[in-house]
Design a protein around this ligand. Structure first.
Ligand SMILES: [Zn+2]
Length: 364
């Protein structure tokens, strides 16, 4: 069989990582997620604030940044690492302090119901759209991004799950608020379906909003119909927020990889939970070691250029988020194999195991 090669950036960027640590170090740690990312050629990571305790105070921010710096030192990573600071309805003063830190790449909005019910694992979140508006104004002041988990909390609780309608309705509310803050940068996390993706393109083209979308490997490879699932792994292990949608939605997201929109990029949303938690309904899929492999494999299947893959895995996110990045490309050999990646030294069930993918490995 002929060897396959691609020319790609010196390293990849993952803008959506759940590092845990602190009270959840039994799931994984920042050190562990960085170590796993390095195996996949990812050298710059941005961590999410729904930690325990949540990263919504400067105290916790400092604690997390210390943990990140220790991990960088141990793994000899010279590149800067980033975090999103979590917004609540009463921490805007802390948000302003946080935004002045170089490592804080932006703010993160998780929707929440008035009684405190959130739409993802953990209790962090924002109820009032007035808070969302104030957060956007703050982020714009410091030229940073507002990253949003789109899911309508009321619909989420009524139907006991997140639906496409709930995802789209929160996205529409976010765009309405963003219209009042011209120039603000909005990043819509883990876009799972055609309607949301088309609405983001429309918001960009029709309303001139500086809005980007993250496409995650699991929505590009798996769907709610069980496509590409490992038959030996229970369906609970494919449960994530937002939920996997059907194959038509998955195929539409894959078709976006082939466009030349610079506001689209890929990130992992790697989120590990132990087996007992997954069986109890926790949402999240370990994905950072598969992130480059899935995009590269889809590029091989659909004839997507090396330049576009470079944009999707590094350059588009670097440009949008202001991450310094050398634009040179280097040669990678594509190793085709059944996925055998471990998470947290094998303590986590990895639903990707067994999937045949091309893993890009740097030639020199
Ligand atoms: Zn996430």
């Amino acid at each position: 069989m002929k060897d396959l090669f691609m020319c790609l950036p010196r390293f990849f960027i993952d803008t959506h990582v759940h590092g845990r640590d602190m009270l959840e170090d039994y799931k994984t740690t920042i050190y562990q997620t960085m170590k796993e990312a390095l195996l996949a050629g990812i050298r710059v990571l941005a961590y999410m604030p729904n930690t325990k305790p949540a990263m919504v105070t400067i105290n916790v921010l400092d604690r997390v940044l210390d943990i990140i710096n220790d991990a960088r030192e141990m793994l000899k990573i010279s590149e800067m690492q980033y975090v999103y600071f979590g917004v609540t309805d009463n921490n805007l003063d802390q948000c302003e302090f946080a935004l002045q830190r170089e490592e804080v790449i932006g703010l993160k909005i998780y929707p929440q119901r008035e009684n405190g019910g959130g739409v993802t694992t953990g209790s962090i979140g924002v109820v009032s759209m007035r808070t969302v508006l104030a957060a956007m104004k703050l982020a714009r002041k410091y030229d940073k991004v507002v990253s949003v988990h789109c899911s309508c909390p009321d619909m989420f609780f009524r139907e006991k799950k997140d639906t496409i309608g709930g995802e789209l309705s929160y996205l529409i509310r976010i765009v309405m608020v963003a219209k009042k803050v011209p120039g603000v940068k909005i990043l819509i996390c883990h876009v799972s379906n055609t309607l949301s993706a088309k609405y983001i393109i429309r918001a960009h083209e029709k309303f001139g909003i500086n809005i980007a979308m993250e496409l995650m490997p699991h929505y590009l490879w798996f769907d709610s119909e069980g496509t590409n699932w490992n038959p030996c792994v229970g369906r609970e292990f494919y449960h994530c927020f937002n939920s996997l949608r059907n194959s038509l939605n998955r195929e539409f997201l894959v078709s976006l990889l082939k466009t030349d929109y610079s506001f689209i990029f890929c990130a992992s949303d790697t989120a590990v939970h132990i087996e007992e938690e997954k069986m109890a309904g926790f949402g999240g899929i370990p994905s950072n070691q598969e992130l480059p492999a899935v995009v590269v494999t889809l590029a091989q299947m659909h004839g997507i250029s090396d330049e576009r893959v470079a944009d999707l895995l590094a350059f588009n996110q670097a440009d949008f988020l202001g991450i310094p990045m050398d634009r040179g490309l280097v040669k990678y050999r594509l190793i085709e194999k059944a996925d055998d990646c471990h998470y947290n030294v094998g303590k986590i069930i990895n639903p990707w195991n067994g999937t045949r993918l091309y893993f890009p490995v740097r030639v020199n």
